[in-house]
Each structure stands twice: as structure tokens, then as C-alpha cells.
Design a protein around this ligand. Structure first.
Ligand code: NAP
Length: 322
């Protein structure tokens, strides 16, 4: 059947595993889920994890929701994203939904001339996810991003259209070299189980979900399920869009570590295997602060205090989304 995609297979793209710098050994080890082999960091010193495909991605990336909504802030936002790349936060997460495509356009400006440094992620809106719609939506994203391929393309959340249709669109896009791999977002455990049973469904690379100190529901079943299946999760809204930052517990721990509450919230996520955090920062100051969260190491006392104040789930909590 004809598609909007070129029928010919595109040349192999450089794989992101090539940017690894092994501090302690040059030998590669067998990948476990979300395993961050000791000392393996990208060129700028950001710890990495592996997708099921073997691609290596930084555990700290950059979100883009609400970027490009204020023309007066554009220059600073572009600068912030570029600084994030300089600092090794080379995974950029965007979506056709954000600012109605304008966020992708801004990302395109930020990564101009630096595409090879970036692990570029975008998302398709559920109502576009027929086979043909998925292909057309991806082509729109690529136009706005001024890129010829995405590293990872996600179904933004599950809608009415059958998953088989979307998987057929993803497969055509992979075949045409327009996306290297695909994943999902806002899928609960039952959705993931259903997905991996579908033909081709086990090629899913990640589930991007709401996860932070005040949204711990996934710890009951989704996070263990993803670990068991060696699928890293991508934690969105890692500082709960700023709402978690004035909690007293965080502030106390931040003082003990000469850190900020945002750094404590990020460090809490980043200490875990198989978890990638994608904070959105619209200013260079916030980008620097977030990058430095990788240097904050929480101890047993900190974690116990956080567990007391913000306990992990004791039973199934349906996946929440923003
Ligand atoms: P977030 O990253 O938790 O919070 C962003 C907010 O926190 C912004 O207001 C930002 O302010 C502020 N902030 C960032 N760093 C800070 C710091 N160090 N100190 C104080 N404030 C700081 O929320 P989010 O944007 O919702 O989530 C992150 C990304 O995840 C999104 O941008 C998007 O890419 C993705 N996401 C995906 C979904 C999905 O359904 N798949 C849903 C939501 C989000 P400034 O802008 O002023 O720096």
C-alpha cells in the first residue's frame, strides 16, 4: 500500500550509544533495564541509561511544554535549550500539541546546526493516530523541527483509534527512516500489557508518564512492570510544574545539601534505575540548577523523611496525567 512516506529505507542513523564515555572501563556490559553502568556518562558528564533498542540516552533531558507561548521570551528559551545541550541534557522532549506546533518550531531553532548532538523526541496527538494520520503528523513535526528524522516518536496518550493503526503508522515511519523508534505516553500497566501482546508492540521503547514526589502511584505496579520488561520510564512534570517546590520537607533536605528544592525533587527521581527526568526550564538559570541536581546524592535519612511525608502507594492507583 502507498504511504506518504518514501518507500526506500533511509541510511542508518548514527546511534546514540556512540557518545558514551566509560570512566572505569571501555568494555560494554550486558544491558539490564535502565541500568546505568557505573561511571558511564555522556561527553558532558550526564549519567545515561539504555533503551531496549540499545540506544543510550541521558537520564536528564529537557521538556518543552509551554515554551514558545510568549514571543518576548523566545530568545531566552532558545538560549536555555542550547545551554542544556552544552551541559549534556541532550534529550529534548516536545510534541505537536505544545503551543500548537510552535514549541517544535522553537526546538528547531535551538538545535539548528546541532541535530547530531540531540536525542529528539516528539509526540503524536491521539486523534491523528490512524496509520496515515500518524505519518502525516510526523511529517508536520519534522517540518517544524527542520529535521529529517526523530529519534523517538511517542503516542501522546491513548485515544479512540485502535493501537494496531498507530503501530502500522510507526512501522511505516521507521521503514522510511523518519523515526528511529517509537514509544508511548500515559499508558497504565494494563495498556502496556495489551500493547506488548500486539504484533510489533514489544518494540516499545519507553512509557512517558507523570511521576514525581507527589505522584508516586506508578511505584505500585507500572514502574516494576517496566523494569521487568527493561523499558525505562520518562518522568514528566518532575517538579510538578513548580507546585512541589514550597513543601517544607523538600526545603529542609535542600538546606542540608546546600541545594534547592527543585534539585532535591530531581535527585529523588534520578537516583532510581530506569527513570529519565525531563524538566522544562525556560531560563538558563533553571537549566544550570537542574543539571546540577545530578550531583545531589540523597541519603537514607533524606529518603526516609520523604517517604514519611509523601508515602509510596500501598495499592493500585490509576495512572494520573496532566
Ligand atoms: P515541570 O518540568 O515539572 O515544571 C516546569 C516548571 O518548573 C516551569 O514553570 C519552570 O519554570 C519551573 N522550573 C524548572 N526548573 C526549575 C528550577 N530549577 N527551579 C524552579 N522552578 C523550575 O513540568 P512540565 O513542563 O509539565 O513537565 C516537563 C516536560 O514533560 C514538559 O515540558 C513536556 O516536555 C513533558 N510533559 C509530557 C506530558 C505528557 O502527557 N506526555 C505531560 C506533561 C509534560 P521556567 O519555565 O521559568 O524555568
Amino acid at each position: 500500500m502507498r504511504t506518504n512516506c518514501s518507500a526506500s529505507r533511509a541510511p542508518r542513523r548514527p546511534r546514540h550509544r556512540e557518545v558514551l564515555v566509560a570512566r572505569t572501563s571501555t568494555k560494554r556490559t550486558t544491558a539490564l533495564v535502565g541500568e546505568a553502568p557505573h561511571g558511564v556518562q555522556n561527553k558532558a558528564g550526564v549519567r545515561t541509561t539504555r533503551l531496549p533498542s540499545g540506544d543510550v540516552i541521558p537520564v536528564l533531558g529537557q521538556g518543552t511544554w509551554h515554551l514558545a507561548e510568549d514571543p518576548g521570551r523566545r530568545e531566552e528559551e532558545v538560549e536555555a535549550l542550547r545551554l542544556g545541550l552544552d551541559l549534556g541534557m541532550t534529550l529534548i522532549d516536545t510534541a505537536e500539541m505544545y503551543a500548537d506546533g510552535a514549541a517544535e518550531d522553537l526546538v528547531g531553532e535551538a538545535i539548528a546546526g546541532r541535530r547530531d548532538e540531540v536525542f529528539l523526541v516528539s509526540k503524536v496527538l491521539p486523534h491523528n493516530t490512524t496509520r496515515r494520520g500518524t505519518i502525516a503528523a510526523c511529517e508536520g513535526s519534522l517540518r517544524r523541527l527542520k529535521a529529517d528524522h526523530l529519534d523517538l516518536y511517542l503516542l501522546h496518550w491513548r485515544g479512540e483509534i485502535a493501537l494496531e493503526e498507530t503501530l502500522a503508522g510507526f512501522a511505516a515511519l521507521v521503514h522510511a527512516g523518519k523515526i528511529r523508534q517509537w514509544g508511548v505516553s500515559n499508558f497504565d500497566t494494563s495498556d502496556m500489557k495489551e500493547l506488548v501482546r500486539l504484533p510489533g508492540g514489544s518494540a516499545v521503547q519507553t512509557d512517558q508518564v507523570l511521576y514525581n514526589l507527589v505522584r508516586r502511584g506508578i511505584e505500585f505496579d507500572l514502574l516494576p512492570w517496566c523494569r521487568e520488561h527493561r523499558i525505562p520510564i520518562m518522568a514528566y512534570s518532575p517538579v510538578e510544574q513548580g507546585r512541589v517546590l514550597d513543601r517544607a520537607e523538600l526545603q529542609d533536605i535542600a538546606i542540608r545539601h546546600s541545594a534547592t528544592p527543585a534539585q532535591v525533587a530531581l535527585a529523588w527521581l534520578l537516583r532510581q534505575e530506569g527513570v529519565v527526568a525531563i524538566p522544562k526550564a525556560g531560563t538558563p538559570e533553571h537549566v544550570r540548577e537542574n543539571r546540577a541536581a545530578l550531583d545531589v546524592v540523597l541519603g537514607e535519612k533524606d529518603l526516609a523523611e520523604l517517604d514519611r511525608a509523601l508515602p509510596p502507594p500501598r495499592r493500585k492507583v490509576p495512572l494520573q496525567m496532566l
